[in-house]
Design a protein around this ligand. Structure first.
Ligand SMILES: [Zn+2]
Length: 298
């Protein structure tokens, strides 16, 4: 599947690069704090894109966001092809047309200037590398790979100690998708509250889902957008931002409330990294959470 929808925010062009979509989790697995009755009440827009009421499957996508703002940046690099992921069977030795989809947007791997990984979970770093012979090598040879230091330190420490419990395979993923770009390409670790990429694009720390988790804000010519990464896994968390994903620490809800507040205040559509079909929600504050006013697509 190729998606050629491009949205302009001021001078910045934003386009989704499709990788994969499926029902990886059921509703209670994805958001254990949320009740079925809350989803039933929103069924009108949840079905069929975000939820199947009958099966309880919550639909998720994996995708990159191509950001053209002078340079060519990719935000998150998905799951990747051919990677051993025994802890997450749907990601195990995946085989998708991701690079073909990227080529259909006029982008060759060598054209990418910057790779931004919002965090270092297996579905954010996969296409950092491709298999060459028996070795994982950088897919985007000319890109600087911008990585969150807190996640990097955690996973490189786990890799060195070799004895931390790792049911989801974060360490093996780090070794096949991050370590090779450290060795064979350009990397930059960032930390602090914010990292400026250029006049229009910046990374904002949103700790909670992982220690170094980030979201990307775009501000250009009076337009704004929020590329939320895993700050928001599913749009039901916009309505009630206290609903936690199973992987989230307590800080995740605080980060979510803060950044959704920014998006509501600035009429910035919220593009969740896993929102099915590259959809972005325009939102406004309502009660203790937010309301979805309309949808847009990249
Ligand atoms: Zn994640």
């Amino acid at each position: 599947m190729t998606d050629k929808t491009t949205s302009a925010f001021g001078e910045v062009e934003v386009t989704r690069v499709h990788e994969w979509s499926d029902h990886l989790f059921s509703r209670p697995e994805l958001l254990p704090d949320s009740g079925r009755e809350e989803w039933e009440a929103e069924k009108g827009w949840l079905e069929p894109v975000f939820w199947s009421a009958e099966s309880e499957d919550a639909w998720l996508g994996s995708q990159s966001v191509l950001v053209r703002s002078g340079g060519t940046s990719l935000v998150d690099t998905g799951i990747g092809n051919g990677k051993p992921r025994p802890g997450v069977p749907p990601f195990d030795h995946l085989d998708t047309g991701y690079l073909t989809n990227l080529a259909a947007l006029g982008v060759r791997p060598e054209d990418v200037d910057l790779v931004v990984c919002t965090h270092l979970h297996p579905d954010r770093i996969g296409w950092n590398t491709v298999l060459e012979g028996a070795e994982w090598r950088p897919t985007f040879p000319n890109a600087v790979h911008l990585l969150p230091k807190a996640d990097f330190d955690l996973l490189s420490g786990m890799a060195k100690s070799g004895d931390a419990p790792d049911p989801l395979g974060y360490v093996s993923t780090f070794l096949d998708s991050v370590a090779p770009v450290v060795e064979h390409a350009k990397t930059q670790l960032w930390d602090g509250d914010e990292h400026v990429i250029d006049d229009a694009v910046r990374l904002v720390a949103v700790p909670g889902h992982s220690p170094g988790a980030a979201a990307v804000t775009i501000s250009s010519g009076g337009d704004r957008a929020l590329l939320a990464g895993d700050l928001v896994h599913h749009p039901m968390q916009i309505l009630d931002p206290k609903q936690r994903n199973a992987l989230d620490a307590d800080a995740a809800a605080r980060s979510r409330i803060r950044m959704l507040g920014w998006a509501a205040e600035h009429s910035a559509p919220v593009f969740g990294g896993h929102f099915h079909g590259g959809r972005g929600a325009r939102i406004s504050a309502a009660g203790g959470g937010f309301r979805i006013d309309s949808w847009t697509t990249v």
